[in-house]
Design a protein around this ligand. Structure first.
Ligand code: ZN
Ligand code: ZN
Length: 245
């Protein structure tokens, strides 16, 4: 399995980075974790055809993590090129929020049954789900966004990727990232303790309890970007490809 960083920015495009989106690919199957507002642009900048993506799994309902689905779906339904069925999954309340966002940006744009086949799924708490080629285990985290926020542990192509989404520290992150082939972890600030988000120093101090095989820091704000010389772990960059095979 390969992981491509489509976007590793925060909500404000700090450092010119695109909003959150990671592409998982294995064989003919492609899936996204999160699809932030700028993700359709970011996919095309990296030469990735959105019509080849069969599954999108969303951590939480902030625009920098799910807002890009509006443009992704708008293109798929309007341009009529898409042949592959599409499965979209997100937290409880996801379907209503997606329809509302779609109708806000493109009135009349929501289509219940597009010809390519659209399946919409909402998580059921922390119950493990099979979503297309992915096995997804949601972990409830702490990050106010008008719906339950989750971190996701995903098994695909014989490898495991864990992603925190946005959250302040919660002990469940130790189970989320344990022994993961790749642990993608928010590091919004360098050291400042803040509600709703993780700092690098918090993550670095607890890494011994998480024990992932590999760590990749993401969702950096300007403060973190100015402290990169002090960061001892791998930091995501848009366009980065990680081969987990
Ligand atoms: Zn975010
Ligand atoms: Zn958020």
């Amino acid at each position: 399995m390969q992981v491509s960083v489509i976007g590793c920015g925060d909500a404000f495009g700090s450092g010119g980075r695109f909003n959150t989106c990671f592409l998982l690919h294995h064989g003919e199957e492609r899936a996204l974790i999160d699809c932030g507002a700028s993700s359709l642009v970011a996919l095309k900048k990296q030469g990735i055809d959105p019509d080849t993506i069969g599954t999108v799994t969303i951590t939480h309902l902030h625009g920098d993590h799910f807002g890009g689905l509006v443009f992704f779906l708008r293109e798929a339904t309007l341009m009529k090129r898409r042949k592959r069925a599409l499965l979209l999954a997100g937290p409880e309340g996801f379907v209503d929020r997606l329809k509302t966002a779609m109708e806000t940006f493109f009135p009349g744009g929501w289509i219940d049954a597009p010809p390519f086949g659209l399946t919409l799924i909402e998580y059921e708490g922390e119950k493990e789900l099979v979503l297309g080629p992915l096995t997804v285990k949601p972990f409830r985290v702490r990050h106010a966004c008008g719906a339950p926020p989750y971190a996701l542990r995903i098994t695909f192509g014989g490898r495991t990727v864990a992603y925190t989404g946005d959250t302040e520290w919660v002990e469940t992150l130790c189970d989320l990232g344990a022994d993961a082939d790749l642990f993608i972890c928010e590091a919004y600030f360098f050291s400042r303790p803040i509600n709703k988000h993780l700092s690098y120093e918090t993550v670095a101090a607890r890494l011994i309890d998480i024990k992932p095989k590999r760590l990749l820091l993401t969702h950096l704000n300007e403060d973190m970007l100015h402290r990169l010389a002090d960061v001892l772990h791998d930091v995501a960059e848009d366009g980065m490809v990680i081969d987990l095979n």
